[in-house]
Design a protein around this ligand. Structure first.
Ligand SMILES: O=C(O)CCC(=O)C(=O)O
Ligand SMILES: [Fe+2]
Length: 241
């Protein structure tokens, strides 16, 4: 797979791969996810999640072996992207109902700065906005406070990506460290401005639903995502932290 051909947007570090898995693989993954023990789910205020691969601490991972139904997919992601220096060892599975989302955030420092998100179920829009510390014009001058370092304008530099079921979104480097990412908790989302409209819609039977000229996405199903990452530091023994 030539990753370069899947680059989207203006930040050079976002890749969108439509149809990364088949319908059948999607069904199998959902069966495994919903077949997992009920105690595997952790319920948060605005979504549910399953944590696979062990506990992530600031200083590293206390590992737990990934099940083979997950390593099958993480190995495919590693191989086809060529972006991970060693095997993906952590997968977070998030479940969102149509009125649920995830607050704008940055992924923690324990992870290698490449994220691969596999989407299942309902389509959704993910929004990226420059990190506050890098914004110009509101007191946050620039990266490391250095006068010549890069700064971002939220209006100009924010962007969104439409994530269709079975797609893989990869972001790294600048998009990982200089931007926050999040999903609104609205059951309808506007996708006028997404950076990958052509790529996403080519693979979907999403009807073109418009309101006042806006292209509207109706999240009418549950969405499940697999956030696949590498925690480089692995602690075999919790007490050796
Ligand atoms: O569900 C998603 O697509 C995003 C999840 C995410 O950002 C995270 O788990 O850190
Ligand atoms: Fe995240």
């Amino acid at each position: 797979m030539e990753l370069e051909s899947f680059r989207v947007g203006f930040t050079p570090t976002v890749f969108y791969i439509p149809g990364f898995i088949t319908e059948e693989e999607q069904t199998q993954l959902l069966n495994h996810i919903y077949g997992a023990s009920g105690s595997k789910w952790k319920t948060l205020k605005n979504r549910r999640l399953q944590n696979w691969g062990g506990m992530v601490h600031e200083k590293g991972l206390v590992p737990q072996e990934l099940p083979s139904w997950l390593t099958k997919i993480t190995a495919k992601i590693c191989e086809s992207s060529g972006l991970f220096p060693s095997a993906i060892n952590h997968v977070l599975i998030n479940e969102y109902h149509p009125n649920q989302g995830i607050m704008a955030h940055q992924d923690g420092p324990a992870y290698f700065p490449v994220v691969a998100i596999l989407s299942l179920g309902s389509p959704v829009v993910m929004d990226f906005s420059p990190h506050l510390r890098l914004r110009s014009g509101d007191g946050y001058i620039s990266k490391d406070q250095s006068p010549c370092a890069e700064s971002y304008e939220p209006e100009r530099d924010s962007f969104s990506v439409l994530m269709m079921p079975r797609s893989l979104l990869i972001f790294k480097d600048d998009a990982y460290s200089d931007f926050l990412h999040g999903i609104s908790d609205s059951p309808t989302q506007c996708y006028n401005q997404v950076v990958n409209e052509a790529e996403a819609l080519a693979y979907s039977n999403e009807e073109d639903s418009r309101k006042d000229g806006d292209k509207i996405l109706h999240r009418d199903q549950t969405r499940v995502s697999l956030t696949c990452r590498l925690v480089p530091k692995v602690h075999k023994n919790l007490f050796k932290f």
